[in-house]
Design a protein around this ligand. Sequence first.
Ligand code: GLN
Length: 542
Amino acid sequence: METKYIFVTGGVVSSLGKGIISSSLARLLIARGYRVTIQKFDPYINVDPGTLNPYEHGECYVTVDGHEADLDLGHYERFTNIHTTKANSITTGRIYQNVIDKERRGDYLGKTVQIVPHITDEIKRNVKQLGLTGNFDFVITEIGGVVGDIESLPFLEAVRQLRWELGENSLCVHLTYVPFIAAAKELKTKPTQHSVKKLQELGIQPDVLVLRTEHDINADMRRKIALFCNVAPDAVIQSIDCPSIYEVPLAMHAQHLDEIVLRKMGVTPEGEPHMAPWLNFLQKMRDASEPVTIGLVGKYVELQDAYKSINEALFQSATYNDRKLDLRYIHSEKLNESNADELLSPLDGIIIAPGFGHRGIDGKFAALKWAREHDVPTFGICLGMQCMVIEFARDVLGLPEANSSEMNPLTPDKVIDIMEEQKSVSNLGGTMRLGAYDCQLKPDSLAAKAYGTTMVSERHRHRFEFNDEYRRRFEQAGMVCAGENPQTHLVEIVELPGKRWFLGTQYHPEYSSTVLSPHPLFMSFMAAAIEYRRQKADKAGK
Ligand code: GLN
């Protein structure tokens, strides 16, 4: 089958969940046996989102090939179970950089380089890149931003041209918002009409409309929208708020989104999508009533998107362990030794979050000391693992000034230090240890038991490392280096074997936890938290 291209655009307002709609459609097509990938085009100038503050754009997701990407790629992977790569995340900055590089190389042979055709051609080349691999039947391209934005114009012009070139092998799904005016008790379709008009002005006729709404949109209203927007009435689909984003594929299938998309692209849908494993997850999610309380200690707690993949990994592992996740965010800047007991004792398990810079670091140390001394299941991720090492050095190895050279370059005991090869790097974009690296596990370690194997590959995003000069001292004092890179011997996992569950990873396991394959370390951590909760309840005689 020739590769088919589906474009997902958005209108009226941002944050409508284009990523979730794209992912849900992908899930349904995959469940019908097709090979599908999703890519995101972001209209900002940053070459990649790696340099964006989490307050700006939420979590930075990392692909196996080491690309720092928009957090929507995390949704894509969690829904599709398929790895994304650098080719799945493109920004205006990258498009311009490629064009300017070509111009400098003389590739344009003296021509005037312009937005049309040079920028739009580069966008089109990037849209088709994944399709040309021959690995996919469908390439879903999500265009970031809102129709009508100045910055998305070149992307939409590229979509217009591609639709013309590809004909039936392309399709546009437009996502809009239907607000409910409480005073009038009425849903309003006008913003949708305007946004479709805007798209039509740009030469794009949407084939399918997905309407985000908080209230049911009745058939009459859908017919009205269809009439005004030149869209078939059955292709006007509502996306009403669901209790969980993982329900959205079902809501879309109930309105035949997958069949409509296939038919419009000349494919006759056969049978039903194979959704049994997905439904099993949803059933567990609905059935789970007993809570498990996990605390996430970090500095971006006001902003849930900053820890998106960790939240989802926790949610998936709680669900598969038949528990309802009760996730509490604990602000690392507000945590100290005097309030640790009050803030942490209700928890069954503690996550020490990743991060950069000094802010909030002392709260992480306070949490770790308390957790270690009270033997609460604790999982340190990236900076969280580094904090485990530092706190242990200070408190157990008797090195009160132990630190990471990130936090204090002058400390005499840099138990976490910059990697040799990163020392000369001053340009911040993409200069970290990024992407998947192998990790060899000690056979009898907690990690090896959780994974059920001794060789894994996990994704990284950091500059600093466990300082190998201290390894012996840590191991003698009981902190085991349970995983290391087989080539460089960099320490990837530390554990305290005497504890219930006390483990830190230099890498980010959360990036590879998906709905259909929850991450083994999160599963093991969650099981330990549940067991600890049970022990606490037994002790309290409940
Ligand atoms: N700031 C630390 C480093 O660069 C940890 C990074 C992280 O938590 N992602 O090594």
